[in-house]
Design a protein around this ligand. Sequence first.
Ligand code: NAI
Length: 237
Amino acid sequence: MSTIEENVILITGGTSGIGASTALHFAHAGASVLALGLDAQGLHAPRHPRIQCLELDVCDSAKLSQTIAELPQLDALVNAAGISRHAQEYQPEAFLQVIHTNLTAVMQASMAAAPHLLQRQGCIVNVASMYSYFGSKDRPAYSASKGGIVQLTRSLAQTWAHEGVRVNAVAPGWIATPLSEGLMADPKASAGILSRTPMQRWGHASEVAAVIGFLCSPAASFVNGAVIPVDGGYLTV
Ligand code: NAI
């Protein structure tokens, strides 16, 4: 079994929020990290000598597949890139863009990563959501994409399991990131979220990163096809 220092981790959406925090989690543990995303040199991008940030649109399917295929080694793929377009998602173009970014690109990244992961007995962790469980009239494409992520995770968990590649997901609740800062700044929306969250606070991106780290670790060697809520109990209410 390889040590964490020998591992290479690829994180889509690694340039902000949960993905950036996950990149730092792995880098602090000693792994080498490639963080793909938009605004790769921006304010939210993680800074660490073992993290390389690369500007790449996951909807550029050819570039995504080529970039992954050309990696010399890959031990874990974390699919964290995600967007919401809110009510615009009722328009066909925005609907397709959200589905492509949040779901189709996850399949494409996973297929491109598979040869590497088979070689290294690696793993994939996808980022689902509480909208994997609930519908949302405010963001129908986001909710559909996150519902799809759960079934994609369960399907791919069967695909390579006999060859030692595990596929799992985390389902974050309300986490303080650039994606959610509009909601956090809205006192009414924020109060509604906090009153329904048994732990009565927003989660930290590092708390999601820690569970992703666990799922990629030898401690999770028999965990496959699982979707782990990281939501302060939101789903229990
Ligand atoms: P964020 O906005 O801070 O980060 C999103 C990341 O995705 C950024 O690195 C961005 O560059 C990347 N990205 C977006 N479109 C892309 C594209 N076309 N190509 C490449 N990269 C792209 O958001 P956050 O909150 O960190 O979200 C990360 C994941 O967690 C997403 O999948 C989101 O749906 C999920 N999530 C977030 C929750 C929250 O409360 N913040 C709750 C549940 C799930």
